[in-house]
Design a protein around this ligand. Structure first.
Ligand code: FAD
Ligand code: DHB
Length: 402
């Protein structure tokens, strides 16, 4: 097989890239190791930045999101028994965020690609990236029927998440990996209860962090800070609810409770791979960087990488130069480090454990007090949470018309 861009991974990064390239008349093939059902059923992110929302709308895949998603104009920070609202709209000149689950974005993008006769091969295995230093790299893999396959292409997009093979294909001597692993994990639940609050609540508590989020008026998404090595079988539904109550209930306010329909534990790390490009291989999304989920940045960063990459590839085919591609890593890493800082900061001020000294605990509460009482500090949180502007040198006009 031959295509212009071979894409490894059908997460938000890979699907969005294929979609954007298609809109510009550039062909791609996506290969994905899991089934369509699995990728459309994996529960992960919930918060989309304004820029991500605008992009989904501008490229014709935002209709269901606008109908079923929930626009939020702020968040609440809870500490010392009180809630404090951070008003994004007021602090950022009217910007908002959208709560719309990642797997719904995936469904919308898969549907759009298939409707446009896009090619996605699911259930592939043994993926190898070959000749990435040449102008004609190839991807070798085994298809769902056990047959060996080869895709020849001009570019490979490594959109295969943190554990995929793409990053490892860059020689060790050419990449520097910087990371921090946190002694915190998140136990996430999906529960059938009425909506808890009009906006998300990020709660600091001496027993550990908790986050109350939402999916629909009758389905809620909550998280509890736990030990990352803990096993979900240690957490009965009763234990989860009692821990959530202990961390978030206030005088005169009790968290609504109901059946838990899904629960799991994820660990947390900050990770950056410098460089994101080697030869004709371009890494995007979690393949190149991971943020702890506290800042709700991972999916949005993946989309921001893809915007830069898709413009670079377009410039290559339309104008025959690689000006944007040559600066791909540098351009993306600037935003990535900003998101890393923000996600690290949100994680650090909100999570507590027994290793914290009374001094560190005092600093956490002072950070929270500062950000909820100083309009300048609140504006900085708001500006980062709603997301930095996207880089759109080639797209400005078309995207606002599509
Ligand atoms: P992925 O979604 O990981 O997709 C990679 C794809 O590649 C997968 O489908 C995988 O199966 C496939 N793959 C892997 N190996 C291979 C292979 N060898 N061959 C072919 N395919 C392969 N982000 C936000 O922006 N907002 C949030 O609110 C938010 N909340 C989060 C909450 C939680 C609990 C978690 C865990 C994450 C959260 N994130 C959030 C982060 C977000 O989910 C990720 O950053 C996002 O999924 C990254 O997209 P991606 O396409 O780069 O990678
Ligand atoms: C959700 C996830 C996050 O990481 C976050 O910071 C806020 C909300 C969610 O899944 O709803």
């Amino acid at each position: 097989m031959r295509t212009q861009v071979g894409i490894i991974g059908a997460g938000p990064a890979g699907l969005m890239l294929s979609h954007l390239l298609h809109l510009q008349g550039i062909e791609s093939i996506i290969i994905e190791s899991r089934s369509r059902q699995e990728i459309e059923g994996t529960i992960r992110a919930g918060v989309l930045e304004q820029g991500t929302v605008d992009l989904l709308n501008a490229t014709g895949v935002g209709e269901r999101m606008m109908r079923e998603g929930h626009v939020h104009e702020g968040i609440e920070l809870q500490f010392n028994g009180n809630r404090h609202r951070i008003d994004f709209a007021e602090l950022t000149g009217g910007k908002q965020i959208m709560v719309y689950p990642q797997h719904e974005v995936i469904k919308d993008l898969v549907a759009a690609r298939l409707k446009a006769n896009g090619t996605i091969f699911f259930n592939v295995s043994d993926v190898k990236l070959v000749n990435i230093e040449s102008a004609q790299p190839t991807i070798e893999y085994t298809n769902e029927f056990g047959e060996p396959q080869v895709i020849e292409c001009d570019f490979i997009a490594g959109c295969d998440g943190f554990h995929g093979p793409s990053r490892q294909s860059i020689p060790k001597s050419k990449r520097v990996e910087k990371q921090q692993i946190y002694p915190f994990g998140w136990l996430g639940i999906i529960a059938e209860t009425p909506q808890v609050n009009p906006e998300l609540i990020y709660a600091h508590h001496e027993r550990g962090f908790a986050l109350l989020s939402t999916r629909t008026p009758s389905i809620q998404r909550h998280y509890l800070q736990v030990d990352p090595k803990d096993d979900i079988t240690n957490w009965s539904d009763d234990r989860i609810w009692s821990e959530l109550h202990a961390r978030v209930d206030l005088e005169g306010w009790t968290l609504p409770q109901g059946p838990i329909i899904q629960k799991n534990i994820v660990s947390m790390r900050s990770f950056v791979c410098e460089t994101m490009q080697y030869g004709r291989l371009y890494l995007a999304g979690d393949a190149a960087h991971i943020v702890p989920p506290t800042g709700a940045k991972g999916l949005n960063l993946a989309v921001a990488d893809i915007l830069v990459l898709s413009q670079g590839i377009r410039e290559f085919y339309e104008q025959g130069n690689q000006n944007i591609l040559q600066k791909y890593s540098e351009t993306c890493l600037k935003r990535i480090w900003r998101a890393q800082r923000f996600s690290w900061w949100m994680t650090t001020i909100l999570h507590t454990n027994q290793n914290h000294s009374p001094f560190e605990y005092g600093i956490q509460l002072t950070e929270l007090d500062n950000v909820t009482s100083s309009p300048n500090a609140a504006a900085n949180l708001a500006e980062n949470y709603i997301g930095l502007p996207f880089e759109l040198p080639l797209y400005k006009h078309e995207l606002s018309q599509k």
